[in-house]
Design a protein around this ligand. Structure first.
Ligand code: AVJ
Ligand code: FE
Length: 410
């Protein structure tokens, strides 16, 4: 268990410092426009983080100060449509709003001893991850807008690219593991923990690289329906895409993962190479296969992710070569299971048996509609609290704005 390594109060402070660092990296003039019709403007997300903190952590009397009628309308999750969220307060006002809500929360918390209160602690761990996920959305929208989030982008091997990597596969032995998590920070959709048996299968050692994906493009993969599922080909024809969304192939990124692809493109590539996408059970089995047991929190067992193990938390502000983080491998030798890019799976987002919604009915449940696809593993923009083998993210299969790639199975 890693629960005792950091208290929730420390985590919230550290997370907020990172949110503000992110805020200061984004030019205010780029904050109030929609970069894609499916997503709200960048600055809306900062306001929504504070609004949601007030919603869950402040008593009604205090909350009223921050939930004015106009903010109620603007920053609620189910208020205005995404395109109507461009009339925003200035960046300075939003930053102040974040600070004032937090100060009020601390005052209320400080005057009550709740360190023993598990329900309050769980709510805060949930809220922390709410901030983490909106910060990730801010990061990929910034990427979409062409804003450089890199602080320490230098990577050995970048100037002098190594030979193109082969798509090696690793056998994952048949076996059972405990899927999901009941750690205090586990989301409703990760619960309850349950035993799963997985057949032997093969999994790519690395996420699919840009050089590998280039071969699919060069072979006319986007023009041949035989590689695509029916839904995928329909989408391909409608959207008229011929390359990933984030596609600037350069010789020094050939061993970086391809990303900015829909699940349909991932499936088409997998068919092209005679493979398939892993199910989320298979993916989690691989990511938890470490050391003495088969159900660890991370591919390297139980310690919080470090900069030596994976590319996360905007440390680099971009992708890294898929064979770079050898300290982050699982027992079978798979790289980059956590960090770098999210990975599409073959699985539809569904509840585990005996699912209980938390903290509100629709948080996950609203997306159990058979139309959302599970992605796993976190990206270069995910903070540590969203990186673990059991964490489930979900989007429509046609979404490509997320920092998402894939690896294949067979
Ligand atoms: C799970 C990342 C798709 O950002 O829409 C944030 C998480 N839910 N606020 C999203 C979420 C409510 C969600 N994703
Ligand atoms: Fe939200």
């Amino acid at each position: 268990m890693v629960e005792n390594l950091e208290t929730i109060d420390q985590a919230m402070e550290r997370c907020r410092t990172e949110t503000l660092r992110l805020l200061h990296r984004i030019p205010p003039t780029l904050g109030d426009r929609q970069w894609h019709p499916d997503f709200s403007p960048i600055d809306w997300h900062f306001g929504h983080i504070a609004f949601t903190e007030a919603l869950w952590l402040l008593p009604e009397q205090e909350r009223k100060k921050f939930h004015t009628p106009s903010y109620q309308k603007l920053f609620r999750a189910d208020g205005l449509s995404k395109s109507e969220r461009c009339a925003l307060p200035s960046r300075g006002v939003i930053e102040q709003y974040l600070g004032e809500v937090r100060a009020s929360v601390k005052q209320v918390w400080g005057s009550t001893d709740r360190s023993w209160d598990r329900a309050q602690a769980r709510l805060r761990w949930w809220l922390l991850q709410h901030e983490v996920q909106h910060s990730e959305t801010i990061s990929f929208l910034s990427h979409l807008a062409g804003i450089d989030l890199g602080v320490n982008s230098q990577i050995p091997g970048d100037e002098c690219p190594e030979p193109v990597l082969e798509a090696t596969m690793v056998p994952i032995p048949a076996g059972g593991f405990y899927q999901g998590s009941e750690q205090i920070w586990a989301q409703d959709n990760e619960r309850p923990v349950h035993w799963v048996e997985v057949e032997q299968f093969w999994l790519d050692k690395y996420p699919v690289t840009q050089a590998q994906y280039q071969q699919f493009i060069d072979a006319g993969g986007y023009q041949q329906s035989k590689y695509w599922t029916e839904a995928g080909w329909q989408w391909r024809s409608m959207a008229n895409v011929t390359a990933p969304l984030y596609w600037h192939p350069e010789s020094n990124t050939q061993n970086h993962p391809v990303y900015g692809v829909s699940a349909y493109e991932a499936e088409a590539y997998a068919n092209f190479v005679g493979k398939r996408l892993p199910t989320e059970q298979e993916w989690e089995r691989a990511a938890r296969w470490s050391g003495q047991h088969n159900s660890s929190t991370y591919p390297w067992e139980e310690t919080l992710p470090t900069k030596e193990q994976c590319n996360f938390n905007n440390h680099r502000g971009r992708t890294t070569p898929v064979h770079y983080y050898d300290q982050g491998r699982n027992q079978g030798g798979c790289y980059d299971l956590l960090g770098n890019v999210w990975e599409w799976t073959a699985s539809t987002f569904e509840p585990y048996d005996n699912f209980q919604p938390y903290p509100y009915r629709g948080y996950s449940q609203a997306y159990f509609d058979g139309e959302h696809r599970v992605m796993r593993g976190g990206s270069w923009a995910t903070r540590s609290w969203g990186l673990r083998a059991s964490f489930r993210n979900w989007y429509h299969p046609w979404t490509r704005q997320v920092l998402v790639g894939f690896r294949c199975a067979s």
